[in-house]
Design a protein around this ligand. Structure first.
Ligand code: ZN
Ligand code: ZN
Length: 351
């Protein structure tokens, strides 16, 4: 098997050849059919998240062991099954839910493996799908994609379930009022598509890049706003008829979080998703006086992944733009992503 691994933080991924492993116990071995490239792979290959003020959150110190194969948005075909793996057979095409926990603690048993204190996420703490093959610990992480093409299904594992999980946190105003989405990259366009599939009222999309705003407009945004404009918050307040009930910040920088808070109506909610990095200082009295909420949202649960696949099968595919490139181009794709040159999603396929 050939895998593209982080061997040293900050360096390009290295192509490593090693014997293809055999599944034991409940493990399932898949041949990778499609592996989506996610913006967080840049942070993972750097080895840290920016906490703002010069502080860094080291992913290596949090348990990422090098070398590790990146890639957490994967669809594969089952090629071998451990003796204790039930419910799958060779030849099945499955989406892999990468957000694995220990499977045994209270958090995992409640169904929120993505919030387990001992995370074992695929493509972060375990080898991921930038590889010819992928080993999955248990069949419960595998989801039938029916007739969804692999390259369209793969991004559901991260950008899909992450935006779905965030949209669910919007609550009843999703259907009655505009939802504001900050960031119109791959995550933003997926969020927009799912917002429509979930019966969202309308979406106001914010991005500093005119090309990305144009892409959002084409994809059905009711209004697009330049986040870099000095009066951006006032524009959002005007576009939402008095302020937003919900802002989903898919960027997560100091500037976007500030803009999101400034755009809320009384009682509104800022849902923080993006991991760009930074920090903000907040006055406390406006929280109770404006009755606002800041809520973090991290990926989604196994149940949400199942709901999402059902939604996509019921309503049709979110037609977010997707480009496919061979796995061997992974370093070039990451470079383009870092330069902000990727519109929509890139999915790697076997060479
Ligand atoms: Zn991701
Ligand atoms: Zn757990």
């Amino acid at each position: 098997m050939r895998s593209f691994q982080v061997c040293q933080c900050g360096a390009p991924l290295e192509c490593i050849e090693q014997p293809t492993p055999k599944p034991t116990g409940t493990e399932v071995l898949l041949k990778v059919l499609a592996a989506g490239v996610c913006h967080s792979d840049l942070h993972l290959s750097d080895g840290y998240f920016d906490l703002g003020g010069g502080k860094k959150l080291s992913i290596v110190e949090r348990g990422m062991k090098l070398p590790v194969t990146l890639g957490h948005e994967n669809v594969g075909e089952v090629v071998a099954i451990g003796p204790d793996a039930r419910g799958v057979k060779v030849g099945d095409r499955r989406l892999v839910d990468p957000w694995q926990g220990c499977g045994e603690c209270g958090v995992c048993r409640r169904g929120d493996e993505q919030l387990c204190l001992k995370p074992a996420s695929i493509g972060v703490f375990r080898n991921g799908g930038y590889s010819t093959h992928l080993m999955v610990a248990h069949p419960r992480y595998l989801f039938d994609i029916g007739d969804i093409p692999p390259e369209r299904a793969a991004p559901l594992a991260c950008s899909g379930v992450t935006t779905y999980g965030a949209l669910k946190k919007v609550g009843p105003t999703l259907a009655t009022d505009p939802t504001v989405i900050i960031g119109a990259g791959g995550l933003g366009l997926m969020c927009l598509a799912l917002h429509q599939a979930m019966g969202g009222h309308s979406a106001v999309v914010i991005d500093i890049d005119p090309n990305k705003r144009e892409a959002a407009k084409k994809a059905g945004a009711a209004a697009v706003i330049d986040g870099g404009a000095p009066d951006a918050a006032a524009q959002v307040v005007a576009a939402t008829g008095g302020g937003a009930w919900a802002v989903i910040d898919l960027v997560g920088s100091s500037a976007t979080a500030r803009l999101g808070l400034d755009s809320l109506i009384k009682g509104g909610k800022l849902i923080l998703v993006g991991l760009y990095g930074g920090d903000i200082t907040l006055s406390l009295p406006p929280f109770p006086m404006r009755a606002i909420t800041i809520q973090g949202s991290y990926t989604g649960s196994l149940t949400e992944t199942k709901e999402l696949i059902d939604l996509v099968q019921r309503t049709g595919l979110p037609q977010a733009p997707i480009a496919t490139l061979p796995l061997s181009d992974v370093n070039a794709v990451l470079k383009e992503l870092r330069a902000g040159q990727v519109i929509g999603r890139v999915v790697l396929t076997p060479a």
